[in-house]
Design a protein. Structure first.
Lengths: 272, 282, 343
């Protein structure tokens, strides 16, 4: 019977383990794939171009995740106040929208908010120029990131929101608490583990996102995944070793985020 | 009723309506505008298009490059889904029933791709497979190889859940006591019962592969041009074809999700528990 | 002068009258129970008193104050939920203190009050536990303390025991009753369990389809049900219509009335072989089934096709009565309760 497990093992070794090990090895090699050196890592962490890419990615991921979570919490809570039929429908739509990311999303945003985009022109005409933004700026990219994070955040946070029992709210209102006091003292503390867990998934999602920024070709966003992609399949000449080191760094950042997440979860769950 | 009472306390039906409307406006407008763009005659410097037409779709669907790209996406998606079901399901079944000690290992391996962004995965694969002995970079085979890994967590979770839901251990025992050989019991008893779960997993896997860009672009690019890579390449030159492709892509996604819902095994993550008292307060 | 006064309360939901012109009065310190099956409107009435549900018509007065249109937190009612509804992120202490905090009391004022409650519910030393670390019964006691610590004018208990297992349910109901008496707390208790209602209440309001079907002390309700509905709900009454009794060879059937209820334990059963001395009796029958219920034996007796349920104390010698035994039945004439037919 163990024989039946062989195809799976072979596959995992060939397309998961070996590439990972190969990448780890090459991240410690010099250009040309020889020797042993920490040079690739030191370059990745000190060279302004690469260092900035890492920082940009972390910042963009943090900010877009936080904003998306806030919106998702408010939205998902509103979902719970509708009848189950409407609620299911809203969740289904939101789940389908998790597929709207990457290249298609970048295109849609160009049509809407690009230089001649529909909203750009509309807001200008209405004299609401302050509502327009440059899609090819960090703000613009942030908007796109927030957009594709929201449906995922709703998907992940909804179960936690649903776990807030009507009776808690009833009990707290009978005991004299108003809506704000309820959320401050009971609602938010109860969903905190869910929020923390969702946050780490969103952060990882944003850190690894490549297609969206890549598709906004009018500007070269200096992000970690974009740099990795460029180094590995660059037009000029590929620098696999540096790319490997950057990829390992990205992986390590995600691992750290997950570890922090686990720690936070334990803290948040303390007691109950 | 329950919801109605909720509102009395949480205040503001109005507030929740506004939240939901704004949220869905933000989420749906980009898609709707893309759809509008794909059927507009001329839309350069105006807020709304000057006219509507389907001629771009006619052009798109007579463009062999587009049709080939869609065909390639379908081919790789079907191939990967079949291969991963054929390999994963027996593996998960055997391990969870007969080698439960290995389960933890399996789980760790299988969930690993969740923490592995496409870019990172691509790096290792390019290095390993662009030179002999196995130079499959740029072919459908490397995509098949890596998409299998991408799908692992999803296929694992739905298979595992289905097996758990039908209580596979007891079903197998019952079938064997009744005289069925293990293989026969698996094919006749287990497989039909986990089929709905597997179909749902397949459909969702399908949508994942259809939307995948990073690996397709970095590993094979133009030599096996799938729909997302095609979309990226025409994005700057031909906005109509791009918007038409996006809408086509989304229609496929909608159909997949509709099928998932129809099969009915797919529920929103949490379902309210029917409660006697809830009926009473109604 | 009644302390809680509910007058003509009607609640219409989706064109259904969930409560239909309900009126009831409760004195201060009284423990009353709203009893009925799920769907009879008892919980809706309770939630209307708490302010969690609004009502379509009628008025609710507590302690001489009309609270019909007040929001829940201004009513000063305490409520305990079936699911406990303890806040999972707070310890037992913080759960109990919550309402006092909301009233803006200082820590110094709160602490002795909470400690006193902990004492009353017998959970001293467990105040720092979270709800998940407490058993169901302990959780429900915390919920009770949380409601009581605010000194509410009336305490509302919404099936507080039904999520607990039988043994804990019994001991907790005694505790609730003792605490209620000690604090002289006006209490409204909702349940679908007639045994619970009979043991705990000063008075019982049996509810049916949004109306109060019968009011009385547990003894009154149990011994003199007024309607078929109450008789069937409250116990294992034999309920017969006159039509059913037609043609059955029975003596002593009252000449008046259309429906009758007879308590199973009020019927005497004697084996025909030993019945020489019995004199007048109601009917001859055959035991079709004998069931041990612990201290009571339950017999199903067939009298010409009519099934009669009889409960007898499980005394020495009862073993002679068995399935198939021929028996004579005696139903004292006072035990034939005339009841109204329910639809």
């Amino acid at each position: 019977m163990l024989l039946l497990l062989v195809p799976f093992c072979v596959w995992v070794i060939a397309f998961l383990i070996l590439p990972a090990v190969g990448m780890l090895i090459s991240s410690f090699q010099n250009e040309g794939g020889q020797g042993f050196t920490l040079g690739q890592y030191s370059k990745a962490l000190t060279h302004p171009l690469y260092k900035t890419a890492i920082l940009n990615s972390v910042m963009l991921s943090l900010v877009s995740s936080v904003i998306a979570i806030v919106i998702a919490v408010i939205g998902a809570y509103s979902f719970t106040t509708f009848s189950s039929k409407v609620r299911d429908r809203m969740l289904n739509i939101s789940n389908v929208m998790t597929n709207f990311a990457g290249i298609p999303l970048a295109f849609a945003f160009m049509v809407l908010y690009g230089t001649n985009g529909m909203f750009t022109l509309l807001f200008k005409k209405l004299g609401l120029s302050f509502l327009t933004f440059d899609l090819y700026s960090w703000t613009g990219l942030g908007m796109v990131y927030i957009y594709f994070q929201i449906p995922l955040a709703i998907l992940l946070i909804y179960p936690a929101m649903y776990a807030i029992k009507t009776e808690w709210k009833e009990a707290s209102s009978l005991l004299g608490a108003n809506s704000f006091q309820f959320w401050f003292r009971i609602g938010v503390p109860v969903i905190l583990p869910g929020i923390v867990g969702t946050f780490s998934v969103l952060f990882a999602n944003a850190m690894g996102a490549y297609a969206t920024a890549y598709a906004l070709v009018l500007r070269n966003f200096n992000l970690l995944p974009i740099q990795i992609g460029g180094l590995v399949s660059g037009d000029v000449f590929p620098r696999i070793e540096l790319g490997s080191a950057m990829a390992i760094i990205l992986f390590v950042i995600l691992m750290i985020a997950m570890l922090i997440n686990e720690k936070m979860l334990k803290l948040a769950r303390k007691g109950y | 009723m329950q919801t109605q009472e909720r509102n009395r306390i949480s205040g503001g039906r109005l507030w929740h309506n506004i939240v939901v409307i704004l949220l869905f406006a933000f989420l749906l407008i980009p898609l709707l505008v893309t759809a509008l763009f794909s059927v507009s005659t001329n839309w350069e410097n105006t807020i709304l298009p000057q006219g509507l037409t389907f001629k771009w779709y006619e052009a798109l669907f007579s463009d062999t490059r587009f049709l080939y790209a869609i065909g390639r996406s379908f081919l790789i998606a079907i191939l990967t889904v079949i291969v991963s079901l054929v390999i994963m399901v027996p593996t998960i079944f055997i391990i969870s029933l007969y080698f439960p000690k290995l389960e933890k290992w399996l789980q760790t391996i299988v969930l690993l791709p969740f923490a592995l962004p496409g870019v990172v995965a691509a790096v290792g694969l390019i290095k390993l497979y662009s030179a002999p002995p196995v130079a499959i970079s740029g072919t459908i085979w490397i995509l098949l190889g890596v998409y299998f890994i991408v799908l692992m967590p999803f296929v694992y979770q739905s298979t595992r859940n289905s097996l758990r839901a039908i209580n596979a251990v007891e079903l197998m025992e019952a079938a064997e006591v009744l005289g069925a050989a293990k293989l026969k019991a698996f094919v006749r008893v287990i497989l039909p019962n986990i089929m709905p779960g597997l179909i749902v997993a397949s459909l969702l896997s399908f949508s994942i592969i259809f939307g995948e860009f990073v690996l397709a672009n970095m590993l094979v690019g133009g030599s096996y041009e799938v729909v997302q890579v095609y979309l990226f390449r025409i994005l700057a030159q031909d906005g109509r074809a791009a918007s038409g492709t996006i809408i086509t892509f989304f229609i496929i996604i909608f159909i997949l999700y509709a099928l998932v819902l129809k099969i009915g095994n797919w529920k929103p993550k949490v379902k309210p528990l029917p409660d006697a008292e809830e009926e009473e307060t109604a | 002068m009644s302390f809680v006064h509910i007058q003509n309360v009607t609640k219409v939901y989706n064109k259904n009258k969930v409560l239909d012109q309900v009126s009831l009065s409760i004195s201060e310190g009284e423990f009353i129970t709203l009893l009925g099956p799920s769907g009879c409107g008892k919980s809706t009435l309770l939630r209307a008193i708490s302010g969690l549900n609004d009502i379509t018509e009628g008025s609710i007065t507590v302690g001489g104050k009309d609270i019909t249109n007040l929001p829940p937190k201004k009513r000063n009612v305490g409520m305990v939920f079936q699911s406990y509804a303890l806040f999972p992120n707070m310890t037992a202490f913080d759960n109990i203190a919550f309402g006092l905090k909301m009233d803006g009391l200082s820590k110094k004022e709160i602490e002795p009050m909470v400690n006193e409650m902990l004492d009353i519910i017998d959970l001293k030393g467990k105040e720092n536990r979270y709800p998940s670390q407490l058993s169901g019964g302990q959780q429900q006691r915390v919920a009770l303390a949380r409601a009581l610590v605010k000194k509410p004018t009336v305490l509302l208990l919404d099936e507080p025991l039904s999520a607990l297992d039988a043994k804990i349910r019994r001991s907790l109901r005694t505790q609730i009753r003792l605490i209620q008496k000690r604090l002289n707390m006006t209490t409204i208790f909702v349940t679908h369990d007639q045994e619970e209602a009979l043991t705990i209440s000063d008075r019982i309001f049996v509810m049916n389809h949004g109306t109060v079907e019968q009011v009385g002390t547990p003894l009154e309700i149990y011994t003199s049900p007024k309607t078929e509905y109450v008789a069937k709900f409250i116990g294992n009454y034999n309920v017969w219509s006159r039509d059913q009794l037609k043609g059955i060879p029975m003596n002593g059937v009252p000449s008046q009335g259309e429906m009758f209820a007879v308590r199973p334990e009020a019927i005497q059963l004697v084996s025909t072989e030993q019945a020489g001395h019995i004199g007048e009796y109601t009917a001859d029958g055959t035991i079709t089934m004998a069931t041990i219920l612990g201290n009571v034996m339950r017999f199903d007796v067939d009298v010409a096709g009519l099934n009669i349920r009889v409960d007898m104390l499980n005394e020495h010698g009862i073993g002679r009565l068995n399935t198939g035994s021929r028996v004579k039945l005696v139903i004292p004439s006072i035990e034939w309760k005339n009841i109204q037919k329910s639809d």
